[in-house]
Design a protein around this ligand. Structure first.
Ligand code: AMP
Ligand code: GLY
Length: 423
C-alpha cells in the first residue's frame, strides 16, 4: 500500500519508523516531515493544516491510506474531507475530535456518561465565572474551552489571581478559544498518559507513559509540549489499566457512538491518579508527543495493521498487540530559550553515531538538512533521544550518555531528571 503520514514532529518520526517496518507498507510519503523522516520516507512540503494541499497530494500520488499525526488537521475536518473523497484514513472526524477541541464539550460529555473527572462549571460571562470562584477553594483551575497550543490552562494560587486571570481570558488572551471558560476543582495525585485505539465500536487498550511537561528540572518553569517521558510507569499495573478502560475509556467510546459521533482513532486520556481512583483531566484525539515515541519503541506488533483494522471497523478481529516489557525513556533536546524565543539554523552533530549506541534510537522533531548536508535545528523541540534498557536506570543512563558523550549541539538543552520519579 501507498501510505501518507501527516505531520512533522518526533511523534511522526516514530510513527514513520514503525509504519515503514510493516510488510503492508510499500511506499511511505510524509507531509511535511523533517530531516529524520526524510531518511526513511519521501517528504512532500505541504503543511499539516493545508487540507486542500494534502488532498491534492493524495490524489496525485494515488495514496491508499492516510495516517494523521497532529490534532490541527483533525480539528479542521481532514478525515471528513477524505471520507467524502472515498480515501481511507486513520483518525477521528471533526465531530469526534471535539473531545480535544472543546474542553466544555468533554466535561459535559463526562457528566452525561458518568465518567470520573474534576467537579466543574462552564462560563461565557465574566461575572458568573467570578461568582463561581466563591464556591471553589484554592488552587483554582481555569481552562480555555478551545485549542490553545497547550497553554490554555492556568492554575491560580489565590482568588485574586484567579479573578485577574478570568479578566484576561475574557478580554481575549487566548482569542476565541478563551471566551468560553471551564473552572474546575484542583485534583491531587500523579499524572498518567493512557492510550487506546478505537474503530468506533470496540476499543483496544494500548499502554501508559508519564510525560514531563515543565521546561526545567524538578517540574519548574513554563509548560511545554513535553520535555521527556518514560514507559512503563511503575505502579500502573494490568488491574489499573482494566479499571481505566472500564470506568473511563469504554464509556467514552460507547457515549460517542450513542451521540452519533463514533470515535475512530487514538484516544489519549490525560489522567490524574487520585486517592479515589483515576480521573480524567483531559482528552486528546491523537498520540502524545513525546509519549508516542515510547509506544512505538515498545510495540512488537504491526502498527499499520492496527490502524487499517480500526479504520475498517474490524479491531475485534485483531489479536492483542504485543509489547516489549523493557523500560524505554525519551529525553527531549530543545533549543535554548524554548518554549519562549529561540534561534533556528544552529548546527547539530553526532545523531548517526548516537543511533549506533546500545538501545538508543533518536527521533527528529524540528530538524532540517542544510544545503551542505549538515543537520540544523528548525524548531523548539528538536531531537528525541529514546533509549531502551533492561532496567529504567539502564535506559536513563543510555539516553544521557548519548546526549553527553556523542551528540554535539551547544545551542540545545534538556531536562536532567527524566524518569527520576520512577528510579
Ligand atoms: P490540560 O491541558 O487540561 O491537560 O492541563 C494541563 C495541566 O494542568 C495538566 O497536565 C495538569 O498538570 C494540570 N491540571 C489540569 N487540570 C487539573 C486539575 N483539575 N487539577 C489539577 N491539575 C490540573
Ligand atoms: N505530551 C502531551 C501532548 O502530546 O499533548
Amino acid at each position: 500500500m501507498k501510505i501518507l503520514l501527516v505531520g512533522s514532529g518526533g511523534r511522526e518520526h516514530a510513527l514513520a519508523w514503525k509504519i515503514s517496518q510493516s510488510p503492508l507498507c510499500e511506499h511511505l510519503i510524509c507531509a511535511p516531515g523533517n530531516a529524520g523522516i526524510c531518511e526513511i520516507a519521501d517528504c512532500a512540503n505541504i503543511p499539516a493544516d493545508d487540507i486542500v494541499g494534502l488532498i491534492g497530494l493524495i490524489q496525485r500520488e494515488s495514496i491508499d491510506f492516510v495516517v494523521v499525526g497532529p490534532e490541527a488537521p483533525l480539528a479542521l475536518g481532514l478525515v471528513d474531507a477524505l471520507t467524502e473523497q472515498g480515501i481511507a484514513s486513520f483518525g477521528p472526524t471533526e465531530a469526534a475530535a471535539m473531545l480535544e477541541t472543546s474542553k466544555a464539550f468533554t466535561k459535559d460529555f463526562c457528566t452525561r456518561h458518568d465518567i470520573p473527572t474534576a467537579r466543574y462549571d462552564v462560563f461565557t460571562e465574566l461575572l458568573d465565572a467570578k461568582k463561581y470562584l466563591g464556591e471553589m477553594s484554592a488552587p483554582y483551575v481555569i481552562k480555555a474551552d478551545g485549542l490553545a497550543a497547550g497553554k490554555g490552562v492556568v492554575i491560580a494560587e489565590s482568588k485574586a489571581e484567579a479573578e485577574t486571570e478570568l479578566e484576561e481570558f475574557f478580554s481575549g488572551k487566548f482569542g476565541d478559544a478563551g471566551t468560553c471558560v471551564v473552572i474546575e476543582e484542583f485534583m491531587t495525585g500523579f499524572e498518567i498518559s493512557f492510550f487506546a485505539i478505537s474503530d468506533g465500536k470496540s476499543v483496544l487498550p494500548l499502554i501508559e507513559a508519564q510525560d514531563h511537561k515543565r521546561a526545567f528540572d524538578g517540574d519548574k518553569g513554563p509548560n511545554t509540549g513535553g520535555m521527556g517521558a518514560y514507559s512503563p510507569v511503575p505502579g500502573f499495573d494490568q488491574a489499573m489499566s482494566k479499571r481505566v478502560m472500564t470506568e473511563i475509556i469504554i464509556p467514552t467510546i460507547e457515549g460517542m457512538a450513542k451521540e452519533n459521533a463514533p470515535f475512530v482513532g487514538v484516544l489519549f486520556a490525560g489522567l490524574m491518579m487520585t486517592g479515589s481512583g483515576p480521573k480524567l483531566i483531559e482528552y486528546n484525539v491523537r498520540f502524545g508527543d513525546p509519549e508516542c515515541q515510547l509506544l512505538m519503541r515498545r510495540l512488537d506488533s504491526d502498527i499499520l495493521e492496527i490502524f487499517i483494522a480500526a479504520s475498517q471497523g474490524k479491531l475485534k478481529s485483531l489479536l492483542a498487540p504485543k509489547w516489549n516489557k523493557n523500560p524505554v525513556v525519551n529525553v527531549v533536546l530543545a533549543a535554548k530559550g524554548y518554549p519562549g524565543k529561540y534561534k533556528k539554523g544552529t548546527k547539530i552533530i553526532g545523531v548517526d553515531a548516537a543511533n549506533l549506541l546500545d538501545g538508543v534510537q533518536v527521533f527528529h522533531a524540528g530538524t532540517r538538512r542544510a544545503d551542505d548536508g549538515s543537520l540544523q535545528a528548525s524548531g523548539g523541540r528538536v531531537l528525541n533521544i529514546t533509549a531502551e534498557g533492561k532496567t529504567i536506570d539502564q535506559a536513563v543512563a543510555r539516553a544521557y550518555s548519548a546526549i553527553d558523550e556523542v551528540i554535539e549541539w551547544p545551542d540545545g538543552f534538556c531536562r536532567r531528571d527524566i524518569a527520576k520519579q520512577a528510579l
